[in-house]
Design a protein around this ligand. Sequence first.
Ligand code: ADP
Ligand code: MG
Length: 248
Amino acid sequence: MSLVRIEAVAKEYLLGEQKVTALHDITLSIEEGVFLAIAGPSGSGKTTLLNIIGCIDTPTRGRVFIDDREVTGLSSDALADLRARTIGFIFQTFNLFPVLNVAENVEYPLLQLPEVDRIERRERVRRYVALVGLEKYAHHVPNQLSGGQRQRVAIARALAINPRIVLADEPTANLDSRTGQEILNLMKEINRRYATTFIFSTHDRRVMAMADRLVRIEDGHLAKLAVKVDDRWQQVRTGRNSHENRET
Ligand code: ADP
Ligand code: MG
């Protein structure tokens, strides 16, 4: 069973009178536990695809399934609830609350989950702040932290809900290359240790190299799908019959 399944998804935006097609007929399935890179130049449709997988945006055509449940057509309340319990988000610009300290930023998404009580919240905050190595900074606010530390907070916040999927839109784009590498190493380590599924976009080759699944998008088309086997990329055939070529 795949964790995410996208069937013939297209996304069009209207820019004044002009129709912009951000995604054309994308069919894709993503298994649980992968470390998947969505690669492609700027403007190719990476953010649009991530937003559709993350139920932040809805496709113009096609269907989206998370955990075999169709999400296309759900109400915005139902989508918000699904996101709050299922998907952790990491952004290029960190998107932390500037007035909240590290612990409060990590706690924030848990306040939307009534089944997580105060004791459990405190425990999760402690666990995830420690996991990203920021115990000593729990009471610092974002502007007292470096970019790399801020992205660590964002990772802890994404993980706090125990998500099925972590989505990261160019998570290293605002970091110097060494810090970016550290952030990717941390994400990879969490993926290995806890089998958390990560889907991240990038246009950086070194970041792509860390992945075990690669989706390349060009001009809104799925240009390439590859799987890493024994440290080597193997291309999976794409196109209309891509569903026949899913690796088992
Ligand atoms: P990437 O993340 O790969 O840079 P995007 O998904 O942001 O690409 O954008 C894909 C295409 O869709 C681009 O041509 C972009 O200009 C267009 N686009 C994205 N969002 C909107 C929007 N809200 N309104 C109009 N056009 C958009
Ligand atoms: Mg983008």
